[in-house]
Write a protein that binds this ligand. Structure first.
Ligand SMILES: *Cc1c(COP(=O)(O)O)cnc(C)c1O
Length: 455
């Protein structure tokens, strides 16, 4: 009932939160009680106390960060996941859940154009997918130099370096920290004006320390421009030097599920590992990410675990052989339901629709008086900024004006956009990732920006 009320209200309620932190604390931060509360009251009060503290990110007028909604079948499957409450670490604890995940892996590789023989894991998000994939990379690079990192750890091991563009997502840095490489192992390469790593920069870096075990992290979908690294050039180059190539494709890898838009991803399938999300563009509820590794042995060696009280079935797939978690929820159910609801064509349409809406939003917003189109969306990410009209206005004034307009749009609650700084310009990000966004939402969002500009 409460879920229905929230979902039914998405079209009319404010997309931004309206309650202050103080208000939310005053209501929610109750003293821990000695006595329990009747379950229905717990939920009623949680809903009442959260009023004004929810974003409309599940709906079609939300264009902040890269946030997807939840497809109806995926949402229902997510509820069922909790009702069934299967421990989905082992086949023995939830056979149907394990087979559902196995199926998801096969379907996802097919949709995303990845090698059918690749191994996979369903994890909490792209962040943990990076950890999983880079652990596989660490295993293989060190094993091939005679070092057993799972036993010996990293002290005394050959030093691994990570070559990546300075425009990478910060979750790469955290994965590098968690795995013990340390961020000093990252060699920052400068990207071109579209945020792509160039063959020249990569070739030079690879030559500079030839023979050093190397991971190259490439990107499918820059967070500001949606740009793709030129995989067709870069992957073979990295492989010539024996490097492991990992691809951060949190949202951008989904463009491969839309055949007419595939061209800029050519060659991505030749990498060694890939990370992407279910909870962004596939519109599966949080938390859901996917890891894929071309060499299943490296993946399994990095993750697999055995204990005497666990039950393994040689014929079945135990999820904990591939994931960093032990006990875990039946993460595959929502993915399975989302893919079945849409089918191959529906997923392709979803990707295409979001790209078209982002292009239209960026072009129309960029054409408003006082606005400037900074990046016309090629996939689902565009950038605009707002200029201070003063004759002597500086870059700093334009930045202030841009932040002001973003805040005003949020306050009005009709649409939600976030800010970013791209190539030293303060910009408004236009990110479309929701299955529900339609022409009317686009019109309403453009209208909201127009009003914020004339206020
Ligand atoms: C969102 C995002 C991540 C992090 O993914 P989570 O699912 O939030 O862990 C990594 N890289 C890119 C490009 C992203 O957009």
């Amino acid at each position: 009932m409460h879920s229905r009320a929230y979902l039914d209200g998405l079209d009319v309620t404010s997309v931004a939160a309206t309650a202050t932190t103080d208000e939310l604390r005053k209501r929610l931060l109750r003293p821990l009680a000695d006595d329990g509360v009747e379950p229905a009251r717990v939920i009623d009060e949680m809903v009442a106390d959260s009023a004004g503290g929810l974003l409309g990110s599940a709906g079609g007028r939300f264009f902040g960060w890269v946030i997807g909604g939840a497809l109806p079948a995926a949402l229902a499957a997510d509820w069922l996941t909790s009702a069934w409450d299967q421990n989905s670490g082992l086949y023995a604890c939830g056979p149907a859940s394990a087979v559902i995940e196995e199926t998801c892996g096969i379907w996802l590789k097919d949709l995303l154009g990845l090698p059918p023989a690749a191994s996979f894991a369903l994890v909490t998000g792209c962040q943990m997918s990076h950890v999983t994939c880079l652990a596989a990379a660490r295993h293989r690079l060190l094993a091939s130099r005679g070092w057993d990192v799972e036993r010996g750890g990293l002290s005394g091991a050959p030093h691994i370096r990570i070559l990546t563009a300075d425009t990478r997502h910060s979750s790469i840095d955290r994965a590098v920290r968690l795995l013990g490489f340390g961020t000093d192992s990252i060699v920052n390469l400068s990207a071109d004006e579209q945020c792509r790593l160039t063959a020249r920069a990569l070739a030079q870096a690879l030559r500079e320390a030839a023979g050093v075990p190397t991971i190259v992290v490439l990107q499918a979908g820059d967070i500001n421009t949606g740009a793709f690294d030129p995989f067709e050039e870069l992957v073979p180059l990295a492989h010539e030097h024996g490097a492991w190539v990992h691809v951060d494709g949190a949202f951008g890898l989904w463009v491969n599920a839309c055949p007419p838009r595939r061209a800029p991803l050519r060659g991505v399938e030749t990498a060694d590992s890939w990370s992407t999300d279910g909870h962004k563009w596939l519109n599966v509820p949080y938390d859901c990410g996917y890891a894929f590794v071309a060499d299943p042995d490296a993946h399994r060696a990095a993750m697999s675990i055995r204990a005497s009280y666990l039950t393994h079935d040689d014929d079945a797939r135990d999820q904990l052989d591939w994931t960093p978690e032990f006990s875990r929820r039946g993460r595959g159910l929502a993915t399975y339901a989302a893919i079945r609801q849409l089918g191959r064509t529906g997923i392709s349409d979803l990707v295409d629709r979001c790209c078209r809406a982002a292009r239209e939003l960026s072009v129309r917003i960029g054409a408003l008086p006082g606005a400037e189109l900074v990046w016309e969306a090629r996939i689902n990410q565009g950038l605009a900024r707002f200029r201070d009209p003063g004759p002597m206005a500086t870059e700093a004034d334009h930045a202030t004006r841009t932040d002001e307009v973003i805040a005003r749009i949020q306050q009005a609650g009709e649409a939600f956009f976030g800010g970013t700084t791209w190539q030293s310009k303060r910009c408004m990000r236009i990110s479309v990732c929701n299955w529900q966004t339609n022409d009317r939402d686009v019109d309403r969002a453009v209208g909201a920006v127009e009003r914020a500009l004339v206020e």
